[in-house]
Design a protein around this ligand. Structure first.
Ligand SMILES: Cc1cc2nc3c(=O)[nH]c(=O)nc-3n(C[C@H](O)[C@H](O)[C@H](O)COP(=O)(O)O)c2cc1C
Length: 329
């Protein structure tokens, strides 16, 4: 349980910076996703070759204001490693306060500089920060002075890449540990292709590891992006939501992965909306339209489980036995 006694953790958390230098291959990273990248999903993608997993974006000021908010926004456990917690903040005080509370439980603190939603821009967080490099510099500086876990930024590119270079240089000047670049500008929709040129540019002007984000829907996409840009790893959001096993080389979500998700979500607890949405994403490419129509109309966890038992032979008890046996062997 979080925010109680981090000293109970018997093994140290993974050092992400060491992962970059010792893994001898580009890293596979699961993106921060509001609503979705919660504890059960994080454990799921780790079973399928994800090296680093992010939490959803969390508002730093709310997080540090109350224990209730911390318990709601971030639950973790010993298996949740390495995890990077992503904060949205508009100033160094808010971010450093939140980072200090989270640091004992995570392997990294990330600043969201990419959320393009109107409310976020109005709050001067997310993609607003791409036009406020001074604030980002202050946030990194103040956070690094208070915690000793890596501090990273997740950025977008500017239309004029010279602006991106200035932004990156300022972050580097205060010791940002690594950078994730989503290869789109603040105004570009995710239906537009990512800019490989923008990603490559950020890698070229950086002296720290760089992760590329955008349009990774398969392991081949990840490889293509690494080859084209020279980045140190790739991060997937929509792709891994549809197919949590993509970094393990699966072209579509294997049934075993869906069973794993159901088991994890039920074990940890979930709400029906998120449970249903995860499954809708995972079935996206395998269900027929008629099946999808029926499945999408379900609203409760029991009705979803009934459907999966009836149509797919879901048997969670058997699944748990198989897993227990595999662990013992
Ligand atoms: C459902 C959903 C939730 C997201 N939430 C976050 C978030 O909390 N923080 C963040 O930095 N980006 C968030 N994003 C953006 C993704 O992390 C990623 O930058 C973007 O989707 C591009 O990657 P993709 O092409 O792999 O989807 C979210 C995207 C999706 C689809």
């Amino acid at each position: 349980m979080p925010f109680k006694d981090p000293s109970q953790r018997s093994i140290p958390r993974t050092d992400i910076m060491q992962l970059f230098s010792t893994r001898n291959r580009p890293l596979n990273v699961c993106a921060p996703m509001v609503r979705y990248s919660k504890l059960p999903f994080r454990e799921l993608v780790r079973r399928y070759n994800c090296d680093i997993v992010y939490t959803p974006m969390i508002l730093a000021d709310v997080f540090s204001a109350s224990n209730y908010s911390r318990e709601c926004e971030f639950s973790t456990n010993m298996l949740d490693d390495p995890v990077v917690i992503q904060f949205a903040a508009s100033n160094g005080v808010d971010l450093a306060n939140a980072a200090e509370l989270a640091a004992p439980y995570v392997s990294g603190i990330d600043i969201n500089c990419g959320c393009p939603q109107k409310w976020a821009i109005n709050e001067k967080i997310g993609a607003h920060l791409m036009s406020d490099p001074e604030s980002v510099r202050d946030m990194i500086r103040m956070t690094k002075a208070r915690v000793n876990v890596p501090c990273s930024i997740k950025i977008r590119i500017h239309k004029d890449l010279r602006e991106t270079e200035e932004f990156v240089k300022r972050a580097l000047s205060v010791g940002v540990d690594f950078i994730t670049v989503h290869g789109r500008t603040r105004r570009q929709k995710s239906t537009e292709p990512v800019s490989l040129e923008g990603m490559r540019f950020v890698k070229e002007v950086s002296t720290v590891p760089v992760l590329a984000n955008g349009d990774v829907f398969s392991i081949d996409d990840a490889k293509m992006i690494v080859d084209a840009t020279g980045v140190d790893g790739t991060m997937s959001a929509r792709g891994i939501l549809e197919n949590p096993a993509l970094f393990a080389g699966h072209k579509t979500t294997p049934w075993e992965c869906i069973e794993d998700y159901v088991d994890l979500a039920l074990s940890y607890g979930t709400n029906a909306f998120i449970f249903h949405h995860h499954l809708m994403y995972m079935f996206e490419n395998t269900m027929s339209n008629a099946e999808r129509r029926t499945f999408n109309s379900l609203t409760t966890i029991p009705s979803i489980l009934d459907y999966l038992e009836e149509h797919y032979g879901l048997d969670i008890a058997q699944k748990r036995n198989r897993r227990r046996t595999a662990i013992l062997i």
